[in-house]
Design a protein around this ligand. Structure first.
Ligand SMILES: [Zn+2]
Length: 116
């Protein structure tokens, strides 16, 4: 057996190594697991290990989403700043088909779209 004995999976008490490297049990005499058992079985926590792995993956996804959210927020702030500058210019653009576009109105519409 390598490392420290894990805590009792049922009551959380400290484990006792009954026979070094062979058997362990819960130190709580009122616990169901107070009888010596194979130390490898004691140390084996497949459900707990699987849940820890799942939690690690969930934390990784959460952290990536938070990082992405921050990047997107910065992009929106930058786009809003650019649209604000365009809005200040109040340039009129006449397209080939005759459509008249006012840069100020267009930018203000863009800002409104971003904010909603
Ligand atoms: Zn116990």
């Amino acid at each position: 057996m390598q490392g420290e004995l894990k805590l009792c999976p049922l009551c959380g008490s400290v484990a006792t190594e009954v026979t070094k490297g062979i058997s362990a049990c819960c130190s709580n005499d009122n616990c169901v697991l107070c009888e010596p058992m194979d130390i490898n079985e004691w140390q084996s926590r497949p459900v707990e290990d699987a849940l820890i792995k799942q939690l690690d993956r969930a934390n990784l996804v959460t952290n990536n989403l938070l990082e992405l959210s921050t990047l997107v927020d910065h992009k929106f702030v930058r786009i809003k700043d650019i649209l604000g500058k365009i809005a200040e210019m109040e340039v009129t653009i006449i397209l080939k088909d005759g459509t008249v576009i006012n840069s100020g109105e267009l930018a203000r519409d863009g800002i409104e779209t971003i904010m909603n």
